[in-house]
Design a protein around this ligand. Structure first.
Ligand SMILES: *Cc1c(COP(=O)(O)O)cnc(C)c1O
Length: 365
């Protein structure tokens, strides 16, 4: 060996592809590719972040105590059963690392979140992909893949990139079918976009020793730049994550901003309302383009997955939209070469995108 070689399971990882903000020739585009909040973040959160510069020389609270207390109050949860992470991304990776290794299996659903594949490979575990049902989670297909080597099951609900939602009863049935030593991860990055905020997941995690719920400040709270996520579960699970997380994994500014964001429920309500209104509008506009072969998958999140089944391919539309100044998400690497995921933007962005899309389709027909 003439040079260092990565472990084979590490060398097999395809790095996460982030949503683009610029065209290939360097133009800044209107970014509807990363499911960010078009309303920004709470003004109180931004102010708290600025104030945090007073303590830049100090390490952050390693336990994120005040943030966990605030989360407990806001969501009706036990603060000691919460752990915070550098985005929920860190926590998803730690869950895989904490419970699986070489020879173990981790299941996720086809068209699931790209991080699950990476988290599984990082800890040398085997990726098991369950077939979908109309782009959504198929509980029976998933349960059919469970073996005595299954250590973790990752489910995003609502799911990214498809926007689909699995009913509470189906999630309960999935849990009931899993062995007690298999961790069920309910990734609720988009939970706050649900009309009822998805409390059934927390209930399940409260009652069972093998369920973890993950949430994030990156989506409805609009704090993606600060990298703050959290997980809720029974003490055994939380203990494991605390043992292996970075000791100072959430910055002081991030903790302060997140606490302020939790205090501004009005911003969350406004964001949810804006999203629902414009998601319905966009879905209606796209449904009206069915003569061009467009079909929208019913979404419960802050984006729409649009399938292109007509003459004009998703790849061509993706390129033409970029030409027109818009970047959306084309995911051929995830088996979705015939779809585009479009984040719900501001009113002007949504109207502009639809006008550009209509024009592209007419030019191609
Ligand atoms: C955006 C997203 C996350 C959140 O990632 P962060 O690391 O918290 O920014 C987690 N899961 C899914 C399914 C997502 O779409």
């Amino acid at each position: 060996m003439t040079q260092p070689e990565a472990k084979p399971w590490i060398a097999a990882i395809h790095a996460y592809t982030p949503g683009k903000a610029k065209s290939d020739d360097g133009r800044t585009l209107i970014k509807l590719s990363a499911n960010e909040n078009p309303l920004g973040c709470s003004a109180a959160a931004a102010a708290a972040l600025v104030e945090a510069r007073e303590t830049l020389a100090r390490y952050p609270d390693p336990a994120a105590g005040a943030l966990r207390e605030a989360l407990g109050k806001a969501y009706g949860l036990e603060a000691e059963q919460i752990v915070c992470g550098t985005g929920s991304d860190e926590l998803l990776n730690l869950i895989a690392m904490g419970y699986a290794g070489a020879g173990d299996e981790i299941i996720h659903v086809r068209y699931g979140f790209a991080v699950y594949d990476i988290a599984t490979r990082k800890c040398a575990a085997t990726v098991v992909v369950a077939p979908d049902k109309d782009y959504a989670t198929d509980v029976d297909a998933l349960l059919a893949l469970v073996t005595d080597r299954t250590r973790v099951v990752f489910i995003a609900n609502p799911n990214n990139p498809t926007g689909t939602f699995t009913e509470d009863a189906e999630i309960a049935r999935l849990h009931a079918g899993l062995p007690a030593d298999c961790v069920l991860v309910l990734d609720q990055a988009y939970g706050e976009y649900l009309e009822d905020d998805g409390p059934a997941a927390f209930d399940l995690a409260r009652r069972h020793a093998n369920v973890l719920v993950t949430r994030t400040f990156s989506k409805i709270y609009g704090l993606a730049a600060e990298r703050i996520g959290w997980a809720y579960g029974q003490p055994g699970l939380i203990d494991t994550l605390n043992r292996i997380r970075g000791p100072f994994n959430v910055t002081s500014a991030g903790q302060a901003a997140a606490i302020a964001a939790l205090g501004d429920s009005d911003f969350v309500l406004r964001s949810r309302r804006h999203n629902r209104e414009w998601r319905e509008w966009m879905a209606g506009e796209i449904a009206a383009l069915s003569n061009h072969g467009l079909k929208v998958i019913p979404s419960h999140a802050n984006f729409l997955m649009v399938m292109f089944e007509g003459k004009t391919s998703a790849g061509d539309v993706n390129a033409a939209l970029m030409e027109a100044g818009y970047v959306v998400r084309w995911l051929p690497g995830q088996g979705l070469a015939n779809g585009l995921r479009i984040t719900i933007g501001s009113e002007a962005e949504n109207r502009g995108l639809m006008a550009a899309l209509r024009q592209i389709l007419e030019q191609h027909s």
